[in-house]
Design a binder for this molecule. Structure first.
Ligand code: NVA
Length: 301
């Protein structure tokens, strides 16, 4: 379909299910090949990747840089102060300049508008490495985690507890392609974007519930997922948010309500003792299911 011809990776559901499935399966194969010590697959030989970061990053930075170099290319890291997108440099100029010098752009930016502007003005592919609106690479990595730990994406109940933010919007993008049961429990006023929820519901393949009750949400979940309560760019709201999010911490009693098969996931970095207890995220290691739980399943961002 025409959808498979899109140049950029900005939202998971810009692609169809077949294409996303192929990418996930290919990633699993390439990961196994590299892990086996075979470093002969060099599809990016002679190519450069620009990594634009308007916000900090550990996982996205290192995974893109090491990944691109393992696959034969060279990645250029551009820190927030290097570009100062929107002030020192106009976003469309960043797109044009990087398109002349590099083969691919990956960018982590504040407003979603910025990634759309980069996409519009770049002549090379643009990959979304997180915006205030969504985080598609994270949820692609999470989909691989589901495949690795649970065998498949389809049919799982994912209960997200916390801020209805960028990570949730990309779960909704995934739920538009793969039939899952996705429940998001957020405090009043912190629910995900209503239009994005509506769009995912209209596709009609996944069961999507938005609630203010974390205890109800996690019942029978395969995955209990959370994220920080104050995302990058919201740190000055942290105290106010801690107040608003009381009762939404993922602690052992919530995991117990979820049930014995529930695994815990977090996109990281976590504020331990805030959105999740140390006990849950570091996990006691008595049982194998607990061991899985503490292997908390991030891959990229
Ligand atoms: N919601 C978090 C995700 C970090 C990977 C943030 O935007 O800061």
């Amino acid at each position: 379909t025409a959808k498979t011809e899109v140049k950029d990776f900005l939202h998971i559901n810009d692609f169809d299910k077949d294409t996303i499935t192929k990418i996930l399966n290919r990633a699993i194969e390439v990961k196994a090949q590299i892990k086996s010590g075979d470093r002969t697959f060099k599809p990016f030989q002679g190519m450069t990747l620009a990594m634009v970061f308007a916000k900090p990053s550990l996982r996205t930075h290192v995974s893109f840089e090491t990944g691109f170099s393992l696959l034969g290319g060279h990645a250029v890291y551009l820190a927030p102060e290097d570009i100062q997108m929107g002030t020192r440099e106009e976003t469309r100029d960043v797109a044009r300049i990087l398109s002349r010098f590099t083969d691919i752009i990956m960018a982590r930016v504040f407003t979603h508008e910025d990634i759309l502007t980069l996409s519009k003005h770049a002549t090379v592919p643009v990959i979304n490495g997180l915006t205030d609106y969504n985080h598609p690479c994270q949820i692609m990595a999470d989909a691989i985690t589901l495949i690795e730990h649970l065998g498949r994406v389809e049919g799982n109940k994912v209960a997200y507890v916390g801020d209805g933010n960028n990570v949730v919007h990309s779960w909704l993008e995934l739920a538009s392609l793969f039939p899952i049961h996705f429940v998001c429990a957020s405090p009043k006023g912190f629910e995900p974007d209503a239009k994005t929820v509506e769009k995912a519901r209209q596709v009609g393949i996944s069961k999507i519930e938005i609630t203010n009750d974390p205890r109800e949400a996690v019942k029978g979940a395969d995955i209990v997922y959370t994220d920080v309560w104050a995302s990058m760019g919201q740190k000055e709201e942290a105290e106010k948010r801690r107040e608003a999010f009381k009762g939404f911490q993922v602690d052992q009693s919530l995991m117990d309500i979820a049930g014995s098969k529930a695994l815990f996931m977090h996109c990281l970095p976590a504020e331990k003792g805030v959105e999740v207890t140390e006990e849950v995220i570091e996990g006691p290691s008595q049982s194998s299911s607990r061991k899985l739980r503490i292997d908390y399943m991030h891959r990229m961002a």
